[in-house]
Design a binder for this molecule. Sequence first.
Ligand code: ADP
Length: 655
Amino acid sequence: MPTSILVVDDETPLESLMRQRFRHKIEDGTYTFRFAFSGKEALAAIEADAAIDVVLLDINMPDMSGLTLLNHLAEQLPTSRAVMVSAYGDMNNIRTAMNRGAFDFVTKPINYKDLELTIEKTARHVAQLREAVRVKAVADLKARFFDNITHEFRTPLTLIIAPTESLLQKHRSDEHSRRSLTTIRRNAHNLLHLINQLLDLARLEADSLPVTESRVNVLTFVRHMVDSFQEVARQKTIQLDLDTDGTAPDMAFDVDKWQKILANLLSNALKFTPPGGRVTLSLQTTPATVRIAVSDTGIGIAAEHLPHIFDRFYQVDSSLIRTYEGSGIGLALTHELTQLLGGQLTVSSRPGMGTTFTIELPARPASAHEPAADLRLSALESVPVLSQPEALPPTGDSELPLLLLVEDNAELLAFLAESLAGSFRVLTAPNGEEGLALAQRELPDIVVSDVMMPLMTGYQLTKALKTNPVTNHIAVVLLTARTTPENRHEGLSQGADDYLSKPFDLDELRLRLRNIIAHQQALRDYYSQQLGNPTVVSPTAPADAFLQTLYSFMEQHLDNSDLRAELLADEVAMSPRSLARKLNTLLGVSPARLIRQYRLLRATEMLRAGRPITETAYLVGFEHPANFTTAFKEIYHLTPSEFVANGRPETLPKS
Ligand code: ADP
């Protein structure tokens, strides 16, 4: 873009002189010139073409002085700048021009080298000015957009919260409704809180967050804040104390912003402090400042993270397996709000010992006639709701399939457990590690797991389950907020049987679980039919590798009457109990029963091949032929001799 220069001077020969001196700049497109020989002509030129960067302005002109024109320029070309051109002795007028906003001046006779440098400097300044204006416009636009969109969110959220409240009133006594409605209410509040924070950040960025002061008793104020968090503290068994210097002055400050600041610090302290710990808010006031420290005995923050924790969206632990949920907005907002109020926020922390955040905020003593703030009104939205749902571990009918839910969001976990309790016996685990331990111990039919979890991700859990012969038959369904095809692929390649992205439809989850159970049942029917049906060619090569191992081991020990469940379990390196659970899932039989059925199935083959009954009994591990006959009859409803006499029955009754 060339620099566009308007020269305003009543000396007409100046035009050819300028064009001559700046010939190269004009030819290579660096400068474009426009000339006006009076104030009037200048105004006309400005009106015709607002794209003027630099105005070279003579002070002494007959129709309108350059000083008068300057006033018009400020209005009509607010992002252009004027350089005054005047006689050396005209210092008074030059001073006046500078005071009216002229950017610089040069003296006549003009030193063209110096003029060129001045034009360049002015053009640079104009460019910066316009960039700043542009940035501000974009920020305004963004803030307006955020404002609009946030209101679009707030309205429906309000329309969720309000009817939920009235339903809660109505259904207080119905435990199930109360629980669901409480979940809705808490989460709608959380969402509202998050949206409010985003809105504040956007407004801070656009400098459009006004400071509104009202009169509040400082002690009443902090006590109110601490009280708002007592319930959360109690639920987490954290002791929350208020420590004051005893003074309780009425002061004027922006209550809403102070509330947001303290709410963030308190909720972080409670969030990052394990049960049994302690959080203390201490207050000290001087006539001009209020100093509040929030200290906790929590996990602390390592020195290398401390410089960054006030950055937007920064989280010390942002890994998939982090223990604490969050957005990284809270502290950034707290910091920026503190700055807006002219205060200071500092932090000191020792990992494993605890953290103290200290704010020092200016406040002035309030006079009695200033409007008093209503603390109750604004508190609700600025207090983030820490998820503290009432978890209940539902169990069901022992005939139902066993389902393990692994999910770190306690509320979602409780909700899923409750919703699925009708069709499953439900076990729950709050993270991958506990989930894996529980899966290995209880061998559920299905594991439904979140992907992002503390200690161990859903992917790692899936892999651990699927690569262990004890657990590889367990179906795994992953639930995740990460929905890219890569994530899906990652989950499925670790062996997950199904994949649902959040937010998911509960009915769809139910349906998919039902399909998995039906599939498992079909397999179970298939295998047990093979085992119980002597017309099946050979049971020794089942598709399942695990069963194959068991079958070939039983084949090797067929005539060993000491072959028992324990030996079988040893062979596959499982505890007898785990083997029993796994066989029950795969075949619906106990290990002892499997051994017996296998012996008898092989016996039918031998009898059909013409072996004598007694010999067959020994060969398949029965020490007493009488026991053999009893067992045979129990399964096939025929004695061995009837079986031989009947020849080859097409089918036999299933066990
Ligand atoms: P969020 O809590 O949503 O992740 P914040 O901006 O409130 O975001 O906090 C940023 C990070 O600072 C947190 O993720 C956490 O790692 C750390 N942090 C904040 N407060 C504390 C605290 N009291 N104790 C330990 N760590 C903290």
